[in-house]
Write a protein that binds this ligand. Structure first.
Ligand code: AHR
Length: 343
């Protein structure tokens, strides 16, 4: 098993696949690779929904290092991993780093010491896990990064990274904002947690997309991908600049929902006085869109259980896996929002 796994891990860096699958009805994409920090091949995956039934997973011990459990995305992701592990007889060890990269690195080291066969990791930040992951890889433990990546190379620093194209998501949110405003107005940005690839790429993608328009960023602050933080940050921005704000662009839906609460509490009407855009496709965001309070969300599916365990099954069989797997995403607005599609 170890030899097969090692062969798979080394082949991963060499493999080039160009598969495609159609995603949503409003917008779908081929993988651009723009959001990757690695010049590695990519595969476009189908949405990570559905079930898997893979006999060779039974009896494996898999460690799942979650970065935090404080948002709807994280809760849905942990549920998905837990459910697929249970359905397939996997012994799953789960840790929660509470948003602390040093704790996440030590969580990984603890799970290596406990003898895991594979690691599934949702990295808190791009830097800080490298030593722990190199330790895992050197011991023949397959490392599957989900929903964010780290700086490093697939095949040596980790086995594969499965995630959305965050730059593309930001470009779609920006396109909706430009369409709704005619490309003019004052924008507030609520960023995710510093150092996360989701934050870096969603910021860069948005800023590039509004270049050449008359959209002006008048406030730009981190709120940690968390609803309560976003509400507090937005309350302060509204107090100082409320009358000037036309648009709030948030790096995820939980923050958009926190911003909505602050906007309403300050006496503004979301959807009329201030447009709000998010990313993730959370059910509550879909409801806010249908209520006319949110302009748009772009999906970022947290249900990684099936694809993560399919990948482990392939590694266990000695098959090569792509260095990068990019999930298909969908843009939602008033015309196609559906809470049943969210989480
Ligand atoms: O890495 C994925 C992003 O991280 C999700 O959009 C966000 O909700 C989460 O915290």
């Amino acid at each position: 098993m170890t030899l097969k796994k090692l062969l798979s891990l080394s082949m991963a860096a060499l493999l080039t696949l160009s598969l495609s699958a159609c995603g949503g009805d409003t917008a779908s994409k081929a993988p651009s690779g723009e959001s990757s920090n690695n010049e590695t091949p990519s595969e476009t995956a189908t949405a990570p929904d559905g079930t898997v039934n893979l006999a060779n997973l039974k009896g494996l011990t898999v460690g799942f290092a979650q970065c935090d459990s404080a948002s709807s995305f994280r809760i849905a992701e942990t549920e998905s991993i837990t459910q697929v592990a249970k359905e397939n007889g996997v012994n799953l060890i789960t840790t929660d780093a509470n948003g602390d990269i040093a704790k996440q690195a030590s969580d990984v080291e603890d799970m290596i010491a406990q003898g895991v066969d594979y690691l599934i990791i949702a990295p808190q930040e791009e830097e800080g896990l490298q030593n722990a992951l190199q330790d895992a890889m050197s011991k023949g433990i397959g490392v599957i990064l989900i929903d964010r990546t780290i700086s490093g190379q697939a095949g040596t620093d980790f086995s594969t990274a499965i995630m959305s194209d965050f730059v593309w998501e930001a470009e779609q949110a920006a396109a909706k904002i430009i369409e709704a405003t005619g490309g003019k107005g004052n924008v507030v940005i609520l960023q995710g947690s510093p150092g996360a690839t989701a934050t870096t790429d969603r910021q860069a993608g948005f800023m590039k997309a509004i270049e050449g328009t008359e959209l002006k960023v008048i406030a730009d602050q981190p709120a940690g991908f968390l609803m309560a933080n976003a509400q507090t940050v937005m309350e302060n921005i509204l107090q100082a600049q409320g009358k000037d704000i036309d648009v709030v662009y948030c790096h995820n839906d939980d923050m958009a929902l926190g911003a909505l609460s602050a906007i309403k509490a300050a006496g503004y009407v979301p959807g009329k006085d201030i447009l709000v855009a998010g990313i993730d496709g959370a059910a509550a965001a879909m409801e806010a869109i249908l209520a006319g309070e949110m302009l748009t969300t772009v999906s970022c599916n947290p249900r990684f259980g099936p694809i993560a365990f399919e990948t482990i099954s392939k590694l266990e069989n000695g098959e090569a896996v792509p260095a990068k797997i990019t999930n298909e995403d969908v843009v939602y607005d008033i015309n196609n929002a559906d809470p049943a599609l969210g989480f």
